[in-house]
Design a protein around this ligand. Structure first.
Ligand code: TRP
Length: 329
């Protein structure tokens, strides 16, 4: 069995540093070893943003640019559009029989997301998106799913559905494994929460140098450090967390310097802004190249979607045969 990666992102906004360290970095590295499929999850984005499809249309391209800028090679990886693979919707319908409403309501990520949205009445599509995500992962029989750690309950759900299907009908589906990045939960600029666009504490990959400098300057630090010589608590400082993620070589030195009150927050912030800009600078160049050639980006998405669709059709035939739904063949 060949190893295959499938993963993706909701196209509700540009990707940020948290996405990069949690998952995107892994994908860029692994695309050389694994056949890689990257899904632009527009249907899943609709579960929360159905009233604003314009936003989804715009961000579909922006997320594709984030991938390409970060080093996803369109010759190696297949980038495709979820809603253009009708087999995903078809599989979702079949898998939905194996999942109780109650288990979806108790999915910790669904719960957390519902809470973040003010616990307003959940629509059926949103509650069921883990089932649709199972269809995303299984249509191409992915073995490995690089994701942020909040997605682990969904991979568990996927594994359960796969086992149930295989045992009920015929063992044709593959149980995937989640792969979480080195820094699974990058803290936001406010230091209180994980980095997330909706919390307003994110630094997007498509930030200019000035935007990085500005946002880092305003980021929270250890509140007990008022004077430069005050001993600090790097464990609770988002800036230190960024040093660990983006300036690993110096992070021990920074830790000690902060603890002993030898390095001030200003200096510490300037250093990390520099490291982040070093990471983003080549991405800016690449993004520019693609942004100036929107036809090329559309071509990449269209040919990727065609490739993914071919695989989906093959899996669908197998699934219908396994379930005995191949009435006339
Ligand atoms: N739920 C994922 C997120 O919010 C996006 C996603 C959709 C996904 N389909 C997927 C991730 C399939 C991995 C595999 O980031």
């Amino acid at each position: 069995m060949k190893n295959r990666i499938l993963t993706g992102d909701r196209v509700t906004g540009k990707l940020h540093l948290g996405h990069y360290v949690g998952s995107l970095k892994n994908r860029v590295e692994l695309q050389h070893q694994y056949e890689t499929y990257l899904l632009l999850a527009d249907v899943q984005a609709l579960t929360t943003h159905f009233e604003n499809p314009e936003l989804i249309k715009e961000n579909l391209r922006q997320v594709a640019l984030d991938y390409l800028a970060a080093g996803i090679d369109p010759e190696k990886s297949t980038i495709f559009v979820q809603s253009l693979i009708p087999e995903i919707a078809e599989l979702t319908a079949y898998y939905s029989m194996f999942v109780t409403v109650n288990s979806l309501k108790h999915n910790p990520t669904i719960k957390a997301e519902a809470r973040a949205r003010g616990n307003s009445e959940m629509n059926y599509g949103f509650l069921g998106y883990p089932i649709s995500q199972t269809a995303d992962i299984t249509f191409c029989k992915a073995t490995l799913v690089p994701v942020g750690e909040d997605q682990i309950p969904h991979i568990e759900q996927t594994r359960k559905i796969v086992r149930r299907f295989n045992q009920l009908y015929k063992p044709i589906l593959v149980e995937p494994t989640a792969l979480v990045g080195e820094v699974p939960r990058l803290v936001g600029l406010d230091g209180n929460n994980k980095m997330s666009k909706s919390m307003g504490n994110a630094l997007v990959l498509d930030s200019t140098k000035d935007e990085v400098n500005e946002k880092i300057k305003k980021a929270k630090t250890d509140p007990s450090r008022i004077h430069k010589n005050d001993p600090g608590n790097p464990e609770i400082c988002p800036i230190y967390a960024y040093h660990q993620a983006f300036n690993k070589e110096q992070s021990n030195e920074i830790f000690e310097g902060c603890k002993k009150g030898q390095i001030g927050c200003m200096e510490c912030k300037q250093k990390i802004a520099g490291s982040i800009n070093d990471l983003l600078e080549p991405m800016r160049d690449k993004r520019n190249q693609y942004q100036n050639n929107p036809k090329r980006v559309d071509e990449i998405l269209m040919s990727g979607t065609e490739r993914a669709r071919q695989i989906a059709k093959e899996t669908m035939l197998e699934v219908r045969e396994a379930m005995g739904l191949n009435y006339f063949s």
